[in-house]
Structure formats: C-alpha cells, structure tokens
Design a protein around this ligand. Structure first.
Ligand code: ADP
Ligand code: MG
Ligand code: ZN
Length: 630
C-alpha cells in the first residue's frame, strides 16, 4: 500500500551515523587508556625510582617522562631536558632500569585539542548539512527528516469504494461530482462547471472521514496522497513547509490525484494564538499550504481533502473560497446507519442464524463507525477463542460491553469488601433507574471489573436515539447518577473514591443545566458564557466568562442546592426500598451479573417472592455477607 519512492543515497545517512558512533567509541576508549596513566611530580618519580619501583623510563625530547612501575602502572612526569642527569640515568641503567630516549612521543597540545574538539566539529558539520537539506526541500537521505513522508495509496490494488462506507448517503451525493471531476478533469472543466479545490470533512473521531476520502480516490481510480497534519509539524523550522511543497509537487506530477491531509487542525490552527513561542514552524507550514492551494489551477485535476475533529479552531484563511470551500459534516450514525455499518463489517464473517442485526444496532447508540467495526472484531475474536466458526448473539453482547468499557478484567484482584461496596453502588444506580419515571431503562448490572477504572457498572440505555432531553429527564438522570454514592452511604456509612467519577459528571451536567440551559428558575433562561478549559488550544484564549462574580456565586450556590436536593432524593428513595436493595445485593454479589430483564422482573416482585427467588437460586451461596457492615 505504501510507496516510498526510492531516493538515491538513502544509505549515506546511516553510514554517516555509524561513522560518528565509531569515532565516539574510539575516543572514549583512548580516553580510558590515558586515564590509567598517573601524573606525578618529578620528586615523587625520583622517590619511586629510589624505592626500586620503576622498571623502565622513557624520556622524550620535549621533557616528558614515562615511567613504568613493577605492577605495570604508568607514571608520567616532566622535567626540562636540560635537567636530564646523564650520570644518574646511566647508573639507573646499570641497576637494571631500562632507559630509553625517544622523539616527542606524548600527545602534543594541538593533538589533544583536536581530539577534544572533534565531536563538536562533527556535530556542527552534521547539523549544518541537515539544515541546508531541510531548507532546500530535498530529502535528507536515510533520516526521518525526509521532506515528504506522504503515503501514497495504490488505489488499484487496495481499492476502497463508496460500497465500503455505509450510512452516509447525503455525503456520497455531495462527493459524486468530485469523483466525476477526478475521472476526467478536462472534460469536466470544459463544461464550465466550477470545482471546489478543497473539501473539508469534519466530525467526531471514528465517523469515517479518512474512509470517505479514500473511497473518493477509489471511486475515481486516482492516486491518493495521505499525510497527517502532525507530520508537518517538525522540530526544524522549514521542514513542514518543505514537506507541503513536496507533497503538492508529487501530487501534481501524478494528477489527477487526491491529497488528503488528516488532522488538519494540527497545522491549520488559528495563527497567532496560544501561549509561548514555538508557533513559527506551524505558521510557516500553514502559509506554505495556503500558497500551494492558491497556486494550482483546478484544471490540473488535484483535489485537496482534509479532515478535522475541530473545525472551530481552524484558521479562517483556510476556509476562504478557493481553499477548503466545500465543507462536509460526518455525524455520529443514527439507528439505520448503524445497522448498515454493522452489515458492512459482518461481510465475510459467519454469524449464527438467530443474530438480530437491528437489535444490535439498537443497543449501540452513540457508537461511531470505528466502534462498530471494533465491536464486530471483538465478537469474532470471542467466537474464535471458543473454537466456534460462527459468531453468536452472546459474543456480540460481550463485545458491546468491551467496546464501551474496555476488555474484561476478571483476573483483577479486588477485596471482598470492595466488591460489596461496588455491588451496592451499582444497585443504587439501578434501583433508582427503575424507580424514577424518566430515567433511562436499566440494560445490565455487573460487578465484573472491566476497563481502566470501572470496578462494575450499570448500563442504562435510552430506548431510542435522542437529540433533545427534557428537564424531568435530566433531573431523574442526575438523581440516578447520585444513587451509587447514596447507596454506599446508607449501607456502609462511609464514602469511597468509587463515586468520584459520578460526582464529576453530575457536577458538569448540573452546571450545564443551570448556567447554559436555563433550567434553574433563580438563574433564569440565560446562557451564561463559560470559562473555557482549553485556553492553550487556540483562539479560545480570548473567550472569557461574560458574567460577574456575583452571578458566578449565584450559579455556584444554585448548583450546590440542586445537587444536594437530588442527593437527598436518591437517599430517600433507596432507604424506602432498602429490603429489596439488600436482597438484590445478595443476588448480584453471588451472580456478578443481572440482565435488565431479570432486574425488572425482580423489582416487580413483592418482598416474599423476591426472598424466595434469591435464596432458591443455586448460585447464591453466600447470604450472610452484609450484616457486618450494615
Ligand atoms: P475518522 O477518520 O473519522 O476518525 P476513520 O475513517 O478512520 O474515522 O474510521 C475508522 C474505521 O471505522 C474505518 O476504517 C471503518 O472501518 C470504520 N468506519 C467508520 N465509519 C464507517 C462507515 N460510515 N461505514 C463503514 N465503516 C466505517
Ligand atoms: Mg481518521
Ligand atoms: Zn457510579
């Protein structure tokens, strides 16, 4: 799939680096050698000679004396040659000390300096060479700083077409023209039709932006140059800009073609925003991109497509006519779209006959295409693990959960007490989910730990896709979210960190209700501006809250009141149903999972029936587990 057009001399780089490494190693070794030589004063040398410690002397014309001791150690000393006492040395020679005169043997000062400077010189030459290469836009052989790491997809061999993309009929329609244009640019422009130069695909991650761009290339049968915005932003100023030029050059030579820039926001962020320096590189890159986009004639048959999750932070210049002037939004798929996407990914996989795809789609609201693909793959893996050659309904149920909360971690050791707390916590959510008329129905309760942080969870799913939520629904949702912590407090009379995430989400939701949705009478139907969290990200830095300290205080106190009231309501409801809660806890603690259906059945029973139901279950072996904490 990847075509790294060969560049000559690509071996040079590694060789060069090996050379430097070898030099460094060699030098450190020679350093080691010299350190085993001990420099001593002339007096000490004479003392050593007198103690018969020295077996040989080497005198050189510069006055350097190398003396070898009996134990092999080398001593070095210095005496002006004029002071070489011939009689003394001759006597030494007679005593068996080997005396040798040599020409300047030691390292001269200039050689020493050269050795010490060498690494520096090599580094400087190397850097200088790299910068020059980067500046000219030529590839830097063998390094990662090739000016264009663009990947080229061979659309003939690895063909993705609109048939591989589901649930986006409108998007396909909008792109049809572009496909026609790419198939025959000259013919198309002869008709006088005006083509957009750039198409911006925006939407949440995993909604198929990359896939759509590749499908356009596949449909038109043209080369597809793929590059990610973050590839442009490099350490060296000028590299990104050079890469942009290189990318366009290559696409032009192979036109008609598509250039696809993923994560456009990495380069295309509003200029002059953000704190601190370090934006030069990005701005240069962005400028180069703008220049290139202005510089080509649509008749050349190049379409630039780009994708981003954050169209809001893009530099305005990118969205001007003649640049990314066609904008297409890819949304999270709805029920029907999910069903189609699941079908696409089930192609070529064996599934059990009773698999109900539409109910699969129903139980995956909020899933994007990537999640659905992931779900199918997980289900296939589960089937393979069981040595089955078809995927069953259960595999899919398990796979959905995995996608939601990460892989099951049955092996994780948690203490008995922790499990008891988790049991009550989850049932707190679930029981309120049952009792509150507007809460989302409970789909499943589990205390099998999964994913990064979840020790257990209660899955509550809306009955249909929602775009609007009413006030009573939000209020019930909040009470239900506080149910976990309320149950912990009622039963164990202590508070754990397990509810931290719930509290965070509740607080965010209530703040939104009060300050944004006008759902508090006291605050009124005003959407107060919010202080943006991500002030480093872009131009939000200029957007600040538009309300006074006083309003802020009022909002805060309203949020607090609201949460406290909801919490009281949660506790009251749970206390009124404490016997049922205890029975359910015994059941869940022993069985680890309760399905939504069973849970509703149990909640509808009267106390006697529920008792029988719980205690008569074969798997319920531990029943006296909560008394010590009650
Ligand atoms: P994005 O670029 O929007 O983050 P991708 O295009 O990378 O999303 O999607 C990731 C994967 O999810 C795709 O390779 C594809 O398998 C699957 N996918 C996403 N949307 C769809 C869709 N509409 N139809 C079929 N598959 C999809
Ligand atoms: Mg993508
Ligand atoms: Zn919780």
């Amino acid at each position: 799939m990847q075509n790294n057009s060969s560049r000559n001399g690509s071996l040079m780089g590694p060789l060069f680096i090996y050379f430097i490494l070898a030099m460094l190693i060699f030098m450190s070794i020679s350093q080691l050698n010299t350190t085993s030589v001990t420099e001593i004063s002339y007096t000490n040398l004479v003392n050593l000679i007198n103690q018969n410690q020295i077996i040989s002397l080497q005198l050189d014309t510069s006055g350097l004396i190398n003396a070898k001791a009996k134990n092999g150690q080398i001593f070095q000393s210095y005496a002006p040659t004029l002071l070489y006492d011939q009689a003394y040395l001759r006597a030494l020679a007679n005593d068996g000390v080997k005396v040798e005169y040599v020409r300047n043997s030691g390292t001269s000062w200039w050689f020493t300096i050269f050795i010490y400077m060498l690494p520096l010189v090599i580094m400087m030459v190397f850097w200088f060479w790299m910068f020059r290469k980067a500046g000219t836009g030529e590839g830097i052989p063998g390094s990662n700083y090739r000016s264009s790491p663009a990947k080229k997809y061979d659309t003939r061999r690895n063909k993705i077409t609109f048939n591989d993309v589901a649930g986006i009929d409108e998007v396909k329609e909008e792109l049809e023209d572009i496909v026609e244009f790419l198939k025959d640019p000259k013919d198309f422009s002869a008709l006088g039709a005006k083509m957009p130069k750039g198409v911006l695909l925006s939407g949440p991650p995993g909604t198929g932006k990359t896939l759509v761009a590749r499908a356009v290339a596949g449909e038109a049968g043209v080369p597809f140059y793929f590059m990610s915005g973050s590839d442009f932003v490099e350490l060296f100023v000028g590299v990104g800009a050079a890469r942009v030029r290189d990318l366009f050059k290559e696409a032009r030579e192979n036109s008609p073609s598509i250039i696809f820039i993923d994560e456009l926001d990495a380069v295309g962020r509003q200029r002059g925003a953000g704190l601190g320096g370090g934006n030069d590189e990005r701005e240069q890159t962005l400028n180069a991109l703008l220049v290139e986009m202005d510089g080509f004639d649509p008749r050349e048959g190049i379409v630039v497509m780009a994708a981003t999750n954050r169209p809001d932070i893009l530099d305005k210049a990118l969205l001007r006519p003649g640049r990314f002037d066609k904008k297409i939004f890819l949304d999270v798929p709805d029920l029907k779209a999910r069903e189609e996407i699941i079908k696409i990914h089930l192609k070529g996989k064996r599934i059990s006959n009773d698999l109900d795809i539409s109910s699969l789609a129903k139980s995956t609201p909020g899933f994007v295409g990537a999640d659905l693909e992931n779900m199918v793959n997980e289900a296939a893996l589960l089937a393979a693990r069981d040595d089955r050659d078809f995927i069953s309904n259960d595999d899919f149920q398990e796979a959905i959960e995995r996608v939601i909360v990460g892989p099951s971690r049955k092996s994780r050791k948690i203490s008995e007490k922790e499990r008891k707390i988790v049991t009550y916590h989850e049932l707190g959510h679930a029981v309120l989910g049952y009792l509150l008329p507007y809460a989302d129905p409970v789909h499943k309760i589990t205390i099998v730990p999964r994913g990064q942080a979840a020790l257990g969870y209660t899955m509550q799913l809306p009955t249909e896709d929602r775009f609007l939520i009413t006030e009573p629904e939000i209020k019930d949702k909040i009470v239900g979210m506080l149910g976990g912590r309320a149950a912990e407090e009622i039963i164990f009379n202590e508070i754990t960190t397990g509810a931290g995430n719930d509290l965070k989400r509740v607080t965010e939701l209530v703040r939104e209700m009060v300050a944004q949705m006008g759902m508090s009478e006291k605050i009124g139907p005003i959407a107060w501006g919010e202080e943006e969290g991500e002030i480093f990200l872009g131009r939000e830095i200029t957007r600040m809250k538009n309300f006074s300290q006083e309003t802020a205080r009022e909002i805060d106190s309203e949020i607090k009141n609201f949460i406290l009231n909801s919490y009281e309501k949660a506790k009251k409801l749970l206390l009124a149903n404490k016997e049922k809660l205890d029975l359910l806890a015994i059941y869940l603690y022993n069985k680890e999972n309760i399905s939504g259906k069973e849970f509703y059945k149990m909640m509808k029973m009267d106390l006697e029936d529920l008792k029988n139901y719980v205690y008569n279950d074969k798997e319920v072996t531990q029943t006296e587990i909560f008394t010590s904490y009650a």
